[in-house]
Design a protein. Structure first.
Length: 209
């Protein structure tokens, strides 16, 4: 995802790493931080030497985002603001229709809009397509997943706790990326994530007294 030239993936990674750093703040001594920064610099330099044609354009895109975001946000966000404003207007004009949605994954094909629409926001897409029940289902699923993985981080087994931290931070990052993309539409590793969650839960049950 990070190498997909998606800026949402960068936000995803930042959110996940920030959450992990907070959870491990007691063990992140000065030496650990210095080691991490040094490792990050080494990896960055190595990447520039090995694949400059990949990393330099990506860096230029991030620089453009930082410089132009406040002066021209719609262009920086690939005209997402136009889409979100149009969808927001539809929600305000058709509250009864949005209550139950217009049909799951029908935005690109529906005649409700003058052009094919891709929401580029998982929460907004679920609200328009699946209505309030769909949006609430997504939020409740995410809340349950975060609660369960957070509980795994407290497991006495270090392996289970570490896997719980990974699963918890990973999903926080995904929730952040859902703000700028229909992540669940194209995120092909959902089965892998759920399989890792199943392994963690099974290991925790085996170790329970």
């Amino acid at each position: 995802l990070v190498l997909s030239f998606s800026r949402g993936s960068v936000v995803n990674l930042i959110v996940a790493l920030t959450a992990l750093a907070w959870m491990r703040r007691k063990t992140l001594a000065g030496r650990s931080v210095v080691t991490f920064v040094a490792l990050a610099l080494v990896v960055s330099v190595a990447g520039l030497l090995i694949a400059p044609q990949l990393l330099l354009p990506y860096g230029s895109r991030l620089q453009y985002t930082a410089v132009e975001f406040f002066s021209n946000p719609n262009e920086v966000l690939s005209k997402r603001l136009d889409t979100w404003n149009e969808l927001g207007g539809f929600i305000l004009d058709h509250p009864a229709q949005v209550l139950l949605g217009i049909g799951y994954k029908s935005l690109p094909y529906t005649s409700y809009f003058s052009r094919p629409m891709v929401a580029d926001n998982m929460y907004l897409a679920m609200l328009v397509e699946s209505g309030l029940p769909g949006l609430l289902a997504l939020l409740l699923f995410s809340a349950a997943l975060l609660a369960r993985t957070r509980a795994l981080t407290l497991d006495p087994d270090d392996g289970v706790a570490g896997l719980g931290r990974f699963l918890f931070c990973f999903w926080l990052g995904e929730m952040a990326q859902m703000l700028s993309g229909d992540v669940l539409t194209y995120w092909r590793v959902t089965p892998v994530y759920l399989a890792l969650l199943a392994l963690a839960l099974r290991s925790a049950q085996r170790g329970a007294p």
